[in-house]
Write a protein of this length. Structure first.
Length: 253
């Protein structure tokens, strides 16, 4: 009987942990550790090698951890660095504006909020931490798409789901919106994800100019009206540029 997908994933992780502890190892070594047939160990190693999570050095038949793990580790490290570096600036922004401030990062064709600071006016505000939101209906999604062509393609080519009467649902309108974000550096969402919720965002750029996150300010439309939303956008842009500078970006967000 074939093993379940969950069991396969668990065994693959165990292979990575074994190689991390023991260094270069052969198929027989891995099979013995997993207590599986050699052919099973070979299939696991081959799948991991295809994803560049393990590799075979000069001596064929021996496996070690691959450079694909560096990319994954760097991604996690970057997110940890963003939250650590940005937290004082987020707190300052929340104290100044009085609304909820988040950092969102891209995750496939959505954004995910990885840090949140609440301002004095947002005691009963929604907790957005960990939430996944559509690119086209959020200020953070627009901010990220403006500086990441692959995200923009995902957003434009994907299903532009209708959340409210204000949601952008055509590719042409979304592209026009992104051009405005690129020109100003500031993204807005005016009751596009939820009725009564307004938000503004600006992109955090890494040292190489890549979009690694977005700072957002959100709040109820009756508090974050057009004047306050516009003012908040300017403050968010300043905050995002400050975080970008701390991450090594020397250009203009």
């Amino acid at each position: 009987m074939s093993e379940s997908p969950v069991q396969s994933v668990d065994r693959a992780i165990e292979v990575l942990e074994y190689l991390a502890d023991h260094g270069e190892s052969g198929v027989q070594d891995v099979a013995a550790h997993l207590e599986v047939h050699k052919s099973t160990a070979f299939r696991l190693l081959s799948a991991l090698e295809f994803r560049r999570l393990v590799e075979q050095p000069g001596e064929r038949g021996k496996y070690r951890l691959g450079i694909g793990l560096i990319r994954l580790a760097t991604s996690v490290s970057a997110q940890l660095d963003i939250t650590r570096i940005a937290r004082p600036i987020l707190q300052e922004l929340a104290d100044t504006i009085g609304e909820t401030v988040n950092i969102a990062v891209p995750d496939g064709n959505v954004t995910v909020n990885i840090d949140q600071v609440r301002g004095g006016s947002s005691i009963i505000s929604h907790n957005w931490l960990g939430e996944r939101s559509a690119l086209h209906a959020t200020s953070s999604g627009k901010a990220l798409m403006a500086y990441d062509d692959s995200l923009l393609k995902a957003g434009v080519d994907g299903h532009l789901e209708l959340f409210t009467a204000n949601t952008i649902t055509t590719k042409a309108d979304l592209l026009d919106e992104i051009e405005t974000v690129r020109a100003t550096g500031i993204a807005y969402a005016r009751e596009e994800l939820e009725i009564g919720l307004n938000a503004t965002a600006a992109t955090i750029l890494s040292y190489d100019g890549s979009a690694v996150g977005a700072i957002t300010v959100s709040g109820p439309a009756y508090r974050l009206d057009e004047d306050r939303l516009t003012s908040a956008g300017v403050s968010v842009l300043d905050a995002a540029q400050r975080v970008s500078t701390l991450l090594g970006w020397s250009g203009h967000a």
